[in-house]
Design a protein around this ligand. Structure first.
Ligand SMILES: Cc1ncc(COP(=O)(O)O)c(C=O)c1O
Length: 368
């Protein structure tokens, strides 16, 4: 068959292990999943109440314009409804952007390691991928600008960056935007936006009108706890949104997901509680890591990228057998490390104990 040649060199996305699979494989009764940066506190209770009353009418196609959710997001962010594009997770918005802007002969610039879907989608479109290594966990914005040339169509910025959790400082972001050619689309992926404290944040939406070549991505999958329903969105100028909207499938977010996200966005209490708990539990986990001397990047998210004294794969396996699913660094372009989602306090206490035992074992082995 005559499929795109590049597909033969690529592999499908390999998701983290599923909980039931791990339970069965290792004969465990309980699993703690800390692999995909989901919200361990669940989601707004208002969603359950709302869903039981809503009478969604699943036999109809969903609202292709996402009207109710659109109004709710526009009001919350104080942006015009015409500046929003909704997708089945930010993942789909990334695909839409790739389809609209990339083709053979064009190139796209991104950090490495960063969120892998930027590269995945660019390769499928046949574009050249230019990866600029992070510097101490942060985007090398000067290096990324150097990589831009007349064939560059998109620059991807991930802030906070997955997997390091580091943010792009606001002054650096605006310096970058002012230096970047205005015909290059800049995608600022803020999937972890809600976790970032206000003082370090660039508050881009207030300046969106100054940059026609900028799109900001946000999601309901992280702080809002709706990863399973798949809703993400982009915010950009109306003309850019209109161009991307041509590529979007007509009914790309389900009725259920639209209703749930519209209910979730106004439950500040739930989101604030999650952010507050995350902060406290993360701090305590960081203190523990300091005590055993394992390095981690300063993270403005609900996860930490931790350097491990042995391969990340080995630490991953050790933890897996004890019922904790984390992400091995090797799988996400950060060897000798693990990425751990900050879970609930009790689970993190248990994880500390397991890591402490592992640390003692490694120290003993080294001294022999
Ligand atoms: C930086 C970043 N962008 C986008 C996504 C995709 O999120 P969604 O669930 O909205 O597709 C993730 C998920 O892990 C992420 O970490």
């Amino acid at each position: 068959m005559k499929n795109k040649k590049v597909l033969e060199e690529m592999t499908p996305y390999k998701p983290g292990k599923q909980m039931e699979e791990v339970k069965k494989e290792y004969g465990l009764s309980r699993i703690v999943k800390l692999a995909s940066n989901e919200n361990p506190y669940g989601h707004s209770e208002q969603i359950d109440t709302y869903m039981s009353q809503a009478g969604i009418g699943y036999h109809f196609y969903p609202d292709g314009y996402t009207s109710e959710l659109r109004s709710a997001v526009a009001a919350k962010l104080n942006v015009s409804e015409t500046k929003l594009l909704f997708g089945s997770g930010t993942d789909e918005i990334i695909q839409i952007i790739g389809r609209a802007f990339l083709y053979p002969g064009a190139n796209t610039v991104m950090a490495t390691p960063t969120f892998p879907q930027y590269k995945h989608s660019a390769r499928i479109e046949g574009a050249e991928v230019r990866e600029v290594p992070l510097m101490n966990g942060k985007h090398d914005l000067d290096g990324m600008l150097d990589a831009v040339d007349e064939s560059t169509n998109i620059v991807w910025l991930c802030s906070p960056n997955n997997p390091t959790g580091c943010v792009i400082p606001k002054d650096d972001f605006y310096t970058f935007m002012d230096a970047c050619p205005s015909d290059v689309l800049v995608v600022l992926d803020e999937a972890y936006y809600e976790y970032v404290s206000s003082d370090v944040h660039p508050h881009v939406l207030e300046h969106l009108d100054n940059y026609d070549n900028l799109i900001v991505l946000r999601t309901f999958s992280k702080a809002y706890g709706l990863a399973g329903l798949r809703v993400g969105y982009g915010i950009a100028s109306e003309s850019l949104i209109n161009r991307l909207d041509v590529v979007r499938g007509p009914f790309n977010t389900s009725s259920l997901a639209q209703k749930a996200a519209a209910a979730a966005i106004n439950d500040d209490q739930f989101v604030n509680h999650s952010i507050e708990r995350n902060k406290v539990v993360k701090q305590s986990f960081e203190q523990f890591l300091d005590s055993i001397g394992w390095h981690y990047f300063t993270s403005h998210t609900n996860f930490l990228l931790i350097s491990t004294p042995i391969s990340g794969d080995r630490v991953f396996q050790y933890l897996l057998e004890k019922g904790f699913i984390v992400r091995a660094g090797e799988a996400i372009g950060a060897p000798n490390s693990i990425r751990v989602t900050i879970g609930k306090e009790k689970d993190m206490e248990e994880l500390k104990e397991i890591l402490h035992q592992m640390h003692l074992k490694l120290e003993k082995e080294q001294s022999l």
